[in-house]
Design a protein around this ligand. Sequence first.
Ligand SMILES: Cc1ncc(COP(=O)(O)O)c(C=O)c1O
Length: 386
Amino acid sequence: MKELIYLDNSATLFPKPKEVLDFMDHFYRHYGVNPGRSGYDLCLEAEQMVQETRKLLTEFFHGKKYEHLVFTYNASDSLNMIINGILKPGDHVITTTLEHNSVLRPLHHKYSDGKIEVDYIPFDSQGYVDPDDFQKRFKKNTKLVIINHGSNVIGTVQPVEEIGRLCREHGVIFAIDAAQTAGVVPIDVETMNIDLVAFTGHKSLMGPTGIGGLYVGEDIEIEPSRVGGTGVRSAYPFHLPEYPYRLECGTLNVLGIAGLNAGQKYLHKVGVDNIRRNELSLLERLQKGLMEIEGVTLYGSTSLENRLAVLSFNIDSYKAIDAGTLLDVDYNIATRTGLHCAPKVHEQLQTMPEGAVRVSIGPFNTEEHIDHCINAVKEIASTKKG
Ligand SMILES: Cc1ncc(COP(=O)(O)O)c(C=O)c1O
């Protein structure tokens, strides 16, 4: 079989670094017990790894309190926890049309139950939201601004620092969906004025699926939306109010946390900046190549500033799904087609209902992969015309 060219890293980063897989295997074989539940050595070792990972991730986001870094299933889970744990009937929320369904749907459920008001800020022709638009929408009952940090469709990275500053001025909680950025774009909750960071483990943080997290700023009040066992203070009849237990319940995903632990060490060794530089240089090559092909439309900014290595496009007279199928079947290139769980982005791009073909570059892609993809698109575009 020909080598698969994997260009679907926004869906999940693949493959994972060997160091991550090796550590997960080693840890689970030798220490895979329930952390924090007993005092025997193995249990303490497992607990120590969990706490070390909290610390590594807290420092990674420049947070202050590592107990406020809680483990969840994924970004969707963390975003649900934010929306369900903070909003009360009568609250107003500001978000954007760049959002993934993991923000849109929990908000829409509350909105359609008549509980909250929601404003959606559109993006400009390059794919960025304007902080002034937020400034204009603040109201007395605005409780939360929740926005996509980096788009999984058009790759634009939003000006969170400025939006965060406005939120601070208005006393509004500011949350970011860092599913696509954590691990590849530096996040500093202090300088960027961020109250909550929702992240997933299986993308640029290099971990496996099924693990994610939420960093909660010190003064943020968030109610637990799930309650249960914590392994400590078992006689207390309510869920524990203190962190990290407040937002965690049941046995933790130790294997996933081990993956995040090794992922952190890998990122420190290789360097987020190096990974990002490499990905963006491949993006530039891809953009240049695709731009020269007649009949190909690219979406979003063509600049490399404030950008992830994600590019969506369409080929004239092809449905996105057909172009993606040809890339897969004839050229062994894995991409993602359709609406990418972000319907409002496609509404604004006027690419509904078919969506677009998305190429998302990861740390293990090469110039050869990109050239192969450009040539494939060139052949597909010319075949239909001929
Ligand atoms: C921008 C964005 N937010 C949220 C998510 C949800 O991440 P997960 O599926 O890991 O919960 C994704 C997943 O692709 C995403 O791209």
